[in-house]
Ligand binder design. Structure first.
Ligand SMILES: *Cc1c(COP(=O)(O)O)cnc(C)c1O
Length: 309
């Protein structure tokens, strides 16, 4: 159902002179693409294997995961409930949230400090309604489904590995926006399996290094590899951005017609440029994974037009 493998496109030279390629996971072909397509498909497969009949997901009001899971469940006739995190007054109406509602997913709001409790209540209530629910992250504390998530980007890594063999282009670095660690952990597991040598650099969009690395480690599974989870390009936190990120978004649209967003891909691309500037040699061959999130580009345009939103 997804358009795999996704294409790898040459973009030209970075400011430091390195060749830069982009893996277009924004073109996966379902609901605006993005890494959440691969992840949602992996979770739905896991759910099916476990014989569950009701999907429960969790994310922020701007969550690409919730939107994609809701859309994929809709297309397969699986009932779905989304737990939407946020502090009071933080329940903004994003395009992702509107789409999730349009797919008919039930939505339950909860504060970030009460997620486990809310998940527990929701699961109990669904059981009371006669369902056998599947919580995407596993237990109500958010662990247990690492193996299912891992498969998604293990597979994407294998696409990258194969592309290098076929094109005879040798990548030295793979960059991407890193949040929960599902994408980075899967890539690392794929690299371990294939014996790849690229440095996989996750640019944190929210978490500090300690918390981020621990999560990547869980999703990567047992292995001795060092984790590059870089937290110095966060601009103060999730969803916050600066002029430099806006410059990158503008340049990418103007030069290539590719939409980046300020929360994930724009932040990661700007972080990658800075990382290479301070730590690179100029001789890298770089792949950036476009992890999607296109609806956030439109949220960004709305915000620019009306900064009060
Ligand atoms: C969720 C998301 C990420 C981060 O992926 P993780 O697997 O959570 O680390 C990156 N980019 C976009 C657009 C996302 O929606």
């Amino acid at each position: 159902m997804l358009l795999e493998p996704t294409p790898i496109q040459y973009l030209g030279k970075l400011p430091g002179g390195q060749d830069i390629f982009m893996k277009r996971d924004d073109l996966l072909g379902f609901s605006f693409g993005g890494n959440k397509c691969r992840l949602a498909a992996a979770f739905l497969e896991d759910m099916e294997e476990k014989g569950k009949d009701f999907m429960v997901s969790y994310g922020s009001p701007a969550s690409n995961l919730n939107r994609t899971v809701a859309g994929m469940c809709k297309s397969r006739g699986i009932p779905c409930l989304l737990i939407v995190a946020g502090e009071d007054g933080d329940q903004e109406l994003t395009f992702n949230r509107q789409m999730a509602a349009a797919f008919g997913a039930e939505q339950v709001e909860c504060s970030k400090s009460r997620v486990a409790e809310t998940v527990g209540q929701v699961l109990e209530e669904l059981r009371g309604r006669g369902y056998d629910p599947y919580y995407l992250y596993g237990s109500r504390y958010g662990t247990g489904n690492e193996a299912a998530a891992r498969k998604a980007y293990q597979k994407a890594y294998n696409e990258i590995y194969k592309w290098q063999n076929e094109s005879r282009i040798k990548l030295t670095h793979i960059f991407h926006a890193s949040g929960t660690g599902m994408t980075q952990g899967g890539l690392m597991a794929g690299r371990r399996g294939a014996g790849g040598k690229e440095e996989i650099v996750g640019i944190s969009v929210a978490r500090d290094r300690e918390r981020g690395e621990a999560a990547v480690r869980r999703y990567a599974g047992d292995g001795p590899e060092a984790i590059l989870f870089e937290d110095e390009y966060r601009c103060g936190g999730y969803g916050l951005y600066d002029r430099d990120i806006e410059r990158v978004i503008g340049e990418m649209m103007d030069s290539h017609g590719i939409a980046l967003d300020p929360t994930y891909t724009g932040k990661a691309y700007a972080g990658m440029e800075k990382w290479l500037e301070s730590r690179g040699t100029g001789r890298e061959t770089v792949l950036f994974i476009h992890t999607g999130g296109l609806p956030l580009y439109f949220d960004y345009l709305n915000k620019k037009r009306n900064p009060a939103v």
